[in-house]
Design a protein around this ligand. Sequence first.
Ligand code: SF4
Length: 195
Amino acid sequence: MKAVNNLFMSENQNQILKPTVAETPEGISGQGFFATSLEKAVGLARKNSLWPLPFATSCCGIEFMATMASHYDLARFGSERLSFSPRQSDLLMVMGTVAKKMGPVLREIYIQMAEPKWVMAVGACASSGGIFDTYSVLQGIDRVIPVDVYVPGCPPRPEQIIDGIIKIQELVGNESLRRRSSKEYEDLMKKYNME
Ligand code: SF4
């Protein structure tokens, strides 16, 4: 949580600080110029402009509301533009208990999202079914869609959700432009019966 704390706290007081500009990717610089690879430039743009689709079904969704509000202010990470339209979002955030009946709906939403896309399971219910070890609850959304980052907790605090966003940003920033057309990715999609 060190990185998150650095964003929130000054050394002497519990004061909310604004983050500074995005980190410069690896590259070569000289007087009046900076050069980096296309992959790193695309990664930098993508990681700082994630558009989340909040799929909130219960209590964890309330923590997400707090994460979006002024105190935690997810806008500082470039993610204030929530999308309820799958085709205009690239980060699916699943927060709450997901009933087995909702599984096909969640899968359909994931399929409708344009590539590249990432998924975060927020809280114990989305990650594993949580305390609801029953016939009607999906025991983790990774039964129906691939997940990139799991955020533990029942519910996770907003700091944990932000930590999850930072982990997603690391994945996005370092993802190869070829990953989505790789054999491994194709195999992953086949595992979920998605082409
Ligand atoms: S993990 Fe806990 S807080 Fe989150 S939806 Fe499940 S029961 Fe609610």
